[in-house]
Design a binder for this molecule. Structure first.
Ligand code: IPM
Ligand code: MN
Length: 375
């Protein structure tokens, strides 16, 4: 299997965590005789510093010429006062748009090993395995008109506008992804909207209901976003595939990190476009960049999603996920996962050490599997 991966580490902890994750991919390649190649590009604040733009043409060309794009994180407070179109985040939004992936898959799994890390009681989080399907190219993030016209506008600088807009076709394509995935899982889709107030949500609900007719084996339920935010904390086990528009998905997927115990654990994959885009859900965390405190597991689990969704290596993806679970079961923790009360049984390790532990677990599991096959 050959795979060309563009690696865009980005800002803050992005480069550190993507490094550990690409090392995991190298291990997978070595163990399985695959040929993965990696080429690095700049995005976000580091690209503004080097080239004056958050998404240089060279990065875009590299991305479009790859089989998968692996992004770390963007965001740098030095550029925080710039208008939205010049900020590091614009690099991310522009590459999402250019690659064209509209379905952002964000799994939120409650690892039994981390049950004590969640502020939710273990009996609430036990067995939770939710897959958010967040629409990624529409809604308030991209709708026009949008402005905060500091010089003018009807009310001068006292008025600003963003537009929540969806077409039926945009809802259909992302809904189909959610139903197809649900058909392979627990056969339930929860669609989240605000149809009691917003016309956009009424279109969303009507369209999702129509798409559901093509998937009679899948149950569809609708939830309003405000009560969904509450149910997600009360009875997260009730949810399997959660389908929602861009901003609601942004908010609910961070909320779901509470179930896992740390935002540092969550991976994501964006599919449906020219090239799939992979990024952990967490941000650039500039305050801990370079300190070795960053949790690379979100990035490593994102690498597993590359194996599954771009390389067709489902078994290898599962092995990486199992290696992460094993290292956690052995008690190893990065700083975000460490709990003072368990410090004796849970050694706190650095970003690099955590990456190495996962690779060791992966190698051991693969060796074990091969010797089983040899018997
Ligand atoms: C995410 C992030 C991004 C988003 C930001 C950095 C633009 O929060 O991927 O969830 O809002 O989509
Ligand atoms: Mn977010």
């Amino acid at each position: 299997m050959k795979l060309k991966i563009a690696v865009l580490g980005g800002d803050g902890i992005g480069p550190e965590v993507t490094h550990e994750a690409t090392e995991v991919l190298r291990t997978v390649a070595e163990l399985g005789g695959h040929e993965f190649t990696f080429a690095e590009g700049l995005i976000g604040g580091v690209a503004i510093t080097a080239h004056g733009t958050p998404l240089p043409t060279a990065t875009m060309d590299l991305a479009l010429d790859s089989d998968a794009v692996f992004l770390g994180a963007v965001g740098d407070s030095r550029y925080g006062s710039l208008p939205p179109e010049s900020r590091p985040e614009a690099g991310l939004l522009n590459i999402r748009q250019a690659l064209g992936g509209y379905a952002n898959l964000r799994p939120s799994v409650a690892y039994p090993e981390l049950a004590a890390n969640s502020p939710l009681r273990p009996e609430v989080t036990k067995g939770v395995d939710i897959l958010f399907v967040r629409e990624l190219l529409g809604g308030l993030y991209f709708g026009a008109p949008r402005w905060w016209n500091r010089e003018g506008g009807p009310e001068g600088d006292g008025e600003a506008i963003n537009t929540m807009r969806y077409t039926k076709a945009e809802v259909v394509r992302v809904a189909r992804v959610a139903f197809e995935l649900a058909a392979k899982r627990s056969k339930k889709v929860t669609s989240v909207d605000k149809a009691n107030v917003l016309e956009v949500s009424q279109l969303w609900r009507a369209t999702v209901t129509e798409v559901a007719k093509d998937f009679p084996q899948v149950t569809l339920e609708h939830q309003l976003v405000d009560s969904m935010a509450m149910h997600l904390m009360n009875i997260p086990r009730n949810f399997d595939v959660v389908l929602t528009e861009n901003l609601f998905g942004d908010i609910l997927s961070d909320e779901a990190a509470v179930i896992t115990g740390s935002l540092g654990m969550l991976p994501s994959a964006t599919i449906g476009g020219k090239v799939n885009l992979y990024e952990p859900v967490h941000g650039s965390a500039p305050d801990i960049a370079g300190t070795g405190k960053a949790n690379p597991l979100g990035a490593i689990l994102t690498a597993a999603m590359i194996l599954r969704h771009s390389a067709g290596l489902d078994a290898e993806a599962a092995l990486v996920e199992a290696a992460v679970a094993k290292v956690l079961a052995e008690g190893y923790r990065t700083a975000d996962l460490a709990r003072a009360s368990e410090s004796a049984a849970q050694p706190v390790v650095s970003t690099k050490e955590m990456g190495k532990l996962v690779r060791q677990a992966l190698t051991e599991a693969t060796d074990r599997q091969q010797s089983l096959h040899a018997v």
